[in-house]
Design a protein around this ligand. Structure first.
Ligand SMILES: C[S@@+](CC[C@H](N)C(=O)[O-])C[C@H]1O[C@@H](n2cnc3c(N)ncnc32)[C@H](O)[C@@H]1O
Length: 241
């Protein structure tokens, strides 16, 4: 188990990080970056949707290695217009150690420069490798991109958050391994903190998670899942909600 300051990680073939606490991998064993692009960005209508507004707030449950953020940042850089702004807010219980983050991110060549920028900030925040860190951090990653990592239990911290997201990435390990991250109360908080017309996406298609999201108020669509998974879910908060 963890010493309380950072998660315990073991490594699967292909340098895929596995949480010892939750007994689940941080992302697909079959190309986590492509999964991030398909499930979380594609499921929320990005990158096409980036053309629609001057500013976006994307919120995430579970920052993990930062892979979802980095793939988002990469796509955002390739399509954004001068004057547009992206704010990415992620809720994370137990920030990963810097050396684990470096090991996980090393294989994504497409993200190399961006990973280095994140790692530099992560190392500073965590005093070297040893701990993650235990309070909220905010960084200006470039002049159009802000990253905020809120440390603590997602349900409590989302309740406290006074922002609202255009899109949510629901990425809290599988519902079977970590039911807390999918419980009804949290899904309701997520819905409340979604702008009208906003969306969510997740790899999960579990029936009880779908019911929690529907009860919260989202309109749900099932889609083909990533990497051989039959289904995933995406949804919207309709403008009249
Ligand atoms: C599947 S991983 C996220 C992967 C990540 N998005 C990435 O790009 O690498 C799930 C994350 O949820 C975090 N987590 C688990 N329970 C949590 C809770 N109750 N509140 C906040 N974060 C939690 C874990 O520490 C882990 O980092």
């Amino acid at each position: 188990m963890s010493d309380g300051s950072k998660p315990n990680i073991s490594w699967e073939p292909g340098e895929v990080p596995m949480s010892e606490e939750f007994q689940d991998t941080f992302y697909s064993r079959n190309d986590g970056r492509a999964e991030a692009a398909y499930v979380f960005l594609g499921g929320n209508g990005f990158p096409e949707r980036f053309a629609e507004q001057d500013g976006f707030v994307i919120a995430e449950l579970g920052f993990g290695t930062g892979l979802n953020f980095l793939e988002t940042w990469r796509q955002w850089i390739s399509v954004r217009q001068p004057g547009q702004h992206l704010s990415f807010v992620s809720f994370e219980l137990l920030p990963i150690g810097a050396e684990d983050m470096a090991r996980a991110l090393e294989c994504w060549r497409e993200l190399a420069g961006l990973s280095d920028a994140l790692l530099e900030r992560w190392r500073e925040a965590g005093q070297g490798d040893v701990p993650g860190f235990d309070r909220t951090r905010q960084w200006q990653m470039d002049w159009q991109t802000q990253l905020r990592v809120v440390v603590g239990d997602a349900c409590e911290e989302v309740s406290r958050w006074n922002g609202a997201a255009d899109a949510w990435f629901l990425d809290g390990f599988s519902p079977a391994k970590n039911p807390d991250m999918w419980r009804a109360e949290l899904m309701t908080r997520v819905f409340e903190r979604t702008v009208p017309g906003g969306s969510f996406a997740t790899y999960s298609a579990a029936g009880w998670v779908r019911r929690n999201l529907m009860a919260a108020g989202f309109e749900i669509a099932k889609r083909p899942g990533y990497g051989g998974k039959r289904e995933m879910m995406a949804g919207v908060k309709t403008r009249r909600a």
